[in-house]
Ligand binder design. Structure first.
Ligand code: TTP
Ligand code: MG
Length: 351
C-alpha cells in the first residue's frame, strides 16, 4: 500500500502577484492577455472566481463578467523561479517526487520516516514550509494512490488538506461523480449518462466485459478507477543534464578582470554541488553564462573532460567580449553525460 501526497498551489500565478503586490490581495485579479488582442486568462484569484472567471476564458468575456477585474500580463520567469523554490522544498522532504507542471507535484512518502511515517503530518509540514519560505499557499491531498491524491488536493481548495485513508477509499469513491475521473471528458460522461451512470458507485455495477465492449481499452481503466484502484508509480527519474551555480551582483562588474576574479569562488561552489550529487556522473563539458546590464545573456561552452581555472577563464573572456558591457550575473557549470544514453548505446552495440 502506497502513501501519496499531491500538492497544488492555489491560483499560482495570481498568488505570486498578490504576494508581491499586497494591493491585489482582496480585489478580483487575473493574469492574462489583453482583451483588445484576443487574449485569454491564464488564471485568476479566488475573489475573481466568484464572478465565474476561469482559466482559458477570453479576457474580453472575463471583463464582461466582472468589469472591475484587474488584468495583468504576468511574468513567466518569476513564476518559474518560485516554482523551482517550491520543488526544491519537496525534494528536500522526499527523494520520490514527480513534478507535473509548474505548480503541481506528486510525492511518494511510503517509506518516509518523518513524523513516524504519518503522510498527513508530512503534508501539513510541506504546506507550512512552502508558505513560510515562499509566501505561497498550497493545497494537498493524501491518499493510497495518485488518482485519489490528486482529487483530494482539489477537495478542500483553497488552503486545504484532505486525506483519504485506505479504509475510506471505498466510501469516497462510491459517490464520486464520474466527471472527476482522469480521462472522462464531456463525451464519455454523456455516454455514461445514457447508461444511467453518474457516480463511480453506478459505474461499479457494470462488468469489466461490458465496459471493454463499450469503451475499448479505457473500459479496463474505468473498471479500476471506479474501485479506487490506480497502480501508477510516482516517476522520479529525471536525468540531470547539467549542474551550475550563478551569482547576481549587487553592483555591475565593469571590466573583464573583475569578472575573472570571481571564478575561484564560483568554481569552489560548483565543485561542492557536483560532489553532493547522489549518483556519480561524468562531466563532458563546461560552460560559462554572463548576463549583462541590459539583461541580454550569453553562454559559452566547450566539450572537455577536464576542467580547471584556465578553462573557465578562457570561456569567461570569450563571453565578456561578445558584448563588452557591464555584467550583472555570472554563472559556471558542467554538462553531464547522460547515463541512460550510454546504456542504450551499449545495448544496441551488443544486440
Ligand atoms: P492550475 O493549478 O490549474 O490553476 P491555479 O493554480 O491557478 O488555481 P487552483 O487554485 O485551482 O490550482 O494551474 C497552475 C498555473 O498554470 C496557473 O496559475 C496558471 C497556469 N495556467 C495557464 O496559464 N493556463 C491554463 O489554462 C491553466 C489551467 C493554468
Ligand atoms: Mg494550482
Amino acid at each position: 500500500m502506497r502513501k501519496i501526497i499531491h500538492c497544488d498551489c492555489d491560483c499560482f500565478f495570481a498568488a505570486v502577484e498578490m504576494r508581491d503586490n499586497p494591493e491585489y490581495a482582496d480585489i478580483p485579479l487575473a493574469i492574462g492577455g489583453r482583451s483588445d488582442r484576443r487574449g485569454v486568462i491564464s488564471t485568476c484569484n479566488y475573489p475573481a472566481r466568484v464572478f465565474g472567471i476561469r482559466s482559458a476564458m477570453a479576457t474580453a468575456h472575463a471583463l464582461k463578467l466582472c468589469p472591475s477585474l484587474t488584468v495583468i500580463p504576468g511574468e513567466m520567469e518569476k513564476y518559474q523561479h518560485v516554482s523551482a523554490q517550491i520543488m526544491a522544498i519537496y525534494r528536500d522532504v522526499s527523494d520520490f517526487i514527480e513534478p507535473l507542471s509548474l505548480d503541481e507535484a506528486y510525492l511518494d512518502v511510503t517509506d518516509n520516516e518523518q513524523f513516524q511515517g504519518s503522510a498527513t503530518r508530512i503534508a501539513q509540514m510541506l504546506r507550512e514550509r512552502v508558505f513560510n519560505e515562499t509566501g505561497i499557499i498550497i493545497s494537498a491531498g493524501v491518499a493510497p494512490n495518485k488518482f485519489l491524491a490528486k482529487i483530494a488536493s482539489d477537495w478542500n481548495k483553497p488552503n486545504g488538506l484532505f486525506v483519504i485513508t485506505p479504509e475510506q477509499v471505498e466510501g469516497f469513491v462510491h459517490s464520486l461523480p464520474v466527471e472527476k475521473l482522469f480521462g472522462v471528458g464531456k463525451k464519455t460522461a454523456e455516454k455514461l449518462q445514457l447508461l444511467h451512470v453518474y457516480t463511480c458507485g453506478d459505474l461499479k455495477k457494470l462488468s469489466a466485459i461490458d465496459l471493454t465492449e463499450k469503451f475499448g481499452r479505457f473500459g479496463q481503466r474505468l473498471y479500476e478507477l471506479s474501485r479506487g484502484i490506480d497502480e501508477r508509480e510516482v516517476i522520479t527519474h529525471r536525468v540531470r543534464k547539467s549542474i551550475s551555480v550563478e551569482h547576481t551582483f549587487a553592483s555591475d562588474l565593469i571590466t573583464v578582470d573583475e569578472c575573472l576574479s570571481h571564478i575561484p569562488a564560483l568554481y569552489g561552489e560548483l565543485m561542492q554541488r557536483f560532489n553532493k550529487l547522489k549518483q556519480s556522473r561524468s562531466i563532458h563539458g563546461s560552460f560559462v553564462k554572463l548576463k549583462f546590464n541590459d539583461f541580454s545573456q550569453t553562454t559559452i561552452e566547450q566539450r572537455s573532460l577536464v576542467h580547471n581555472e584556465e578553462l573557465w577563464s578562457a570561456l569567461m573572456v570569450q563571453g565578456y567580449h561578445r558584448a563588452s558591457k557591464p555584467v550583472r550575473l555570472l554563472g559556471i557549470g558542467f554538462r553531464l553525460k547522460d547515463k541512460e544514453e550510454i546504456s542504450l548505446k551499449q545495448l544496441t552495440f551488443w544486440s
